[in-house]
Design a protein around this ligand. Structure first.
Ligand SMILES: NC(=O)c1ccc[n+]([C@@H]2O[C@H](COP(=O)([O-])OP(=O)(O)OC[C@H]3O[C@@H](n4cnc5c(N)ncnc54)[C@H](O)[C@@H]3O)[C@@H](O)[C@H]2O)c1
Length: 451
C-alpha cells in the first residue's frame, strides 16, 4: 500500500508543484534494516546545567560507530556536514535560566539536522524535582521538545527521555531505539525510564535470540508484522489467531519458522489452553504481545450491548485474563518477561463512533500502569503501544477524504506502517529495554489528536 501523495510530492514535478502551492511534502522515512548504521551522519551532544549523562551518550554513539562532533556554533561549526542526531543532556537543569543553554545549543545544531535526523533530549522527571522552579524548568523541556518535533521536516523526529536519578544504566537501549530507524514514526513523545538490571551483552542484530514470543491476532495486519519483526530479531514466535483465520495464520507461522496456535482469546478456557501450550511445547514464555483487537463502531446512542460487549471482551478483558493467568501460573512467565499491550490513539484522544473501542483501549493503558510495579518486582516489564493512523487493509477501505485527512494530521504528514508499530513493540521486548515499564509509547507521527 503505497502513499500516492508522498510519492508524488517526492517526484521531480511533484516537488516543484507542492513547493509552489505550499502543500505538505511528507518525507520518505528512514526505517531500520538489519546491518544499517544507527544514524546517517555524525551526532553532537550538548548540555544544559550540570548534566550527568554525557559519558553514557558518548559511549552509546562510540559503540555504534557514530562520529561525535563538538557542539555546533552558530557562526560556522561543522563545515556544512549534515547531522544524524542532536542530543541534549538537560539532566542538570535547575531553573528557567538553565534553559537558555538548551536554546543556544539546539538552535544552530537543529539547523544542520539531515534527513530523518533525530533530536533527543534527556532530562530528570519534573515529578522528582525539589523546587517549583526546577519542576517548571523540567516541564518546560517537554514543551520545547514537542514544539521542535512539530517544526522539523524531512522525516526528523524529536523525543524526550526522562531519567530519574539511579536509572542511568537504563539509558543506552532507549537511546539507540530513538536514534535508529526503528523509531521512524515515534515523534514528539516522552518516555520515563526506571532503574533496572539491564543486561550488558545484547546482540543488537538479534536482540530476541532464544526468546519465545506470543503474538495474538497474528494472522494479518499489524499482528503479522509484529510476528515477522520478532522472528527477524531472533524470537521463536507462537502466532495466535481465531480458527477462522487458520490458513493465513499458518502462512505467517510457516513464513517465519514459528508455531501457529488457533485460539479465540475470549473463550472461557483461552488462558488455560495458551498456558498449557506454552508450558508443554516451549517450556515457558518470554514475551507476550496482546495485539488482537476489533472495532464495532456506532455512535453511543445507537450502540447495542452486543457491540459494546464484544469489543470489551477482545480488546480488554482477554488481555486482563491472560496476563493474570500468566502471572499466577508457576514457572511459565520466564524471568525478565515482557508484556506489551496494543492500545490506540482513540484510547487517548477519544473518537466519534468509538465509545466502546476507546474505552477498551484506555482500559489497556490503565492495565499496564496498574501492573507495572508487580512486573518490576519480577524483573519483568509491561507497557502499552498506542498506534495512530496506520496504513492497513482496513484504512485502505476508508473514503478518500477521510483517509487523506486522517493520515496527514501529524507532524510527519503521513500514515505509519504496520512495521513501525512492530519495531516499537519488538524494542520493548529487548533485554536492553528493561528500564521501560508502565509506559505508553505512541506510534503516531506526533498526531495532532490527543496530547
Ligand atoms: N490499524 C490501525 O490504524 C490501528 C490503530 C490503532 C490501534 N490498532 C490496534 O492494533 C491491533 C491490530 O490492528 P489491525 O489493524 O492489524 O487489525 P486487523 O483486524 O487487521 O487484525 C486483528 C487480528 O486480530 C484477530 N482477532 C480478533 N479477535 C480475536 C480473538 N477473539 N481471538 C484471537 N484473535 C482475534 C483477527 O482475526 C485479526 O487477525 C488492534 O488491537 C487494533 O485495535 C490499529
Amino acid at each position: 500500500m503505497s502513499d500516492w501523495y508522498r510519492d508524488f510530492a517526492n517526484s521531480g514535478v511533484g516537488h516543484t508543484i507542492t513547493k509552489q502551492l505550499g502543500l505538505p511534502r511528507p518525507a520518505v522515512l528512514r526505517r531500520y534494516e538489519p546491518g544499517a548504521p544507527l544514524l546517517d551522519g555524525p551526532a553532537v551532544i550538548g548540555s544544559a546545567g550540570e548534566s550527568r549523562l554525557r559519558d553514557t551518550l558518548t559511549a552509546v554513539l562510540k559503540d555504534a560507530g557514530v562520529p561525535v562532533l563538538s557542539p555546533v556554533v552558530a557562526d560556522g561549526g561543522t563545515d556544512g556536514e549534515r547531522l544524524g542526531a542532536v542530543l541534549l543532556d538537560a539532566t542538570g537543569v535547575t531553573g528557567p535560566a538553565d534553559l537558555a543553554a538548551a536554546h543556544d545549543f539546539l538552535a544552530p545544531a537543529v539547523k544542520r539536522l539531515g534527513a530523518s535526523g533525530r533530536v533527543l533530549v534527556l532530562a530528570d522527571p519534573p515529578s522528582d524535582a525539589d523546587s517549583p522552579a526546577q519542576v517548571a524548568a523540567r516541564q518546560a523541556l517537554e514543551g520545547l521538545v514537542r514544539s521542535i518535533a512539530k517544526e522539523l521536516r524531512n522525516g526528523g523526529t524529536a523525543n524526550l527521555l526522562l531519567v530519574p536519578a539511579g536509572a542511568e544504566a537504563s539509558v543506552p537501549g532507549p537511546v539507540r531505539f530513538f536514534l535508529s530507524g526503528r523509531s521512524a514514526y515515534v515523534d514528539g513523545q516522552v518516555a520515563r525510564l526506571t532503574a533496572a538490571d539491564v543486561p550488558g551483552d545484547q546482540d543488537d542484530e538479534r536482540p530476541l535470540a532464544g526468546k519465545v514470543a506470543v503474538v495474538t491476532g497474528a494472522a494479518r495486519g499489524i499482528g503479522a508484522s509484529i510476528a515477522r519483526v520478532m522472528a527477524r530479531d531472533g524470537a521463536h514466535v507462537v502466532a495466535v489467531d481465531v480458527p477462522a483465520a487458520g490458513q493465513s495464520l499458518a502462512d505467517v507461522a510457516n513464513e517465519i519458522g514459528g508455531t501457529a496456535f488457533q485460539l479465540d482469546i475470549t473463550a472461557p478456557d483461552a488462558a488455560e489452553r495458551l498456558i498449557a501450550h506454552l508450558h508443554e511445547r516451549h517450556g515457558g514464555v518470554d514475551v507476550v504481545v496482546h495485539n488482537a483487537g476489533i472495532t464495532r463502531d456506532k455512535l453511543l446512542v445507537n450502540m447495542d450491548a452486543a457491540r459494546w460487549n464484544s469489543v470489551m471482551a477482545v480488546n480488554l478483558q482477554a488481555q486482563l485474563d491472560i496476563t493474570s493467568a500468566l502471572l499466577d501460573a508457576e514457572g511459565v512467565l520466564r524471568p525478565g518477561a515482557r508484556v506489551i499491550a496494543v492500545s490506540s490513539q482513540s484510547g487517548i484522544a477519544g473518537n466519534r463512533g468509538q465509545t466502546n473501542y476507546a474505552a477498551s483501549k484506555a482500559g489497556v493503558i490503565g492495565m499496564v500502569r496498574a501492573w507495572a510495579p508487580a512486573f518490576a518486582e519480577r524483573g519483568a516489564t509491561i507497557n502499552a503501544v498506542a498506534p495512530g493512523f496506520i496504513v492497513t487493509e482496513m484504512t485502505a477501505t476508508m473514503p478518500f477524504g477521510t483517509r487523506e485527512i486522517g493520515s496527514r494530521i501529524n507532524s510527519l504528514q503521513q500514515g505509519g506502517l504496520p512495521v513501525d508499530v512492530a519495531e516499537t513493540i519488538a524494542w520493548l521486548a529487548q533485554p536492553s529495554a528493561a528500564g521501560v515499564n508502565g509506559q505508553v509509547v505512541r506510534v503516531c507521527g506526533q498526531s495532532f489528536l490527543g496530547a
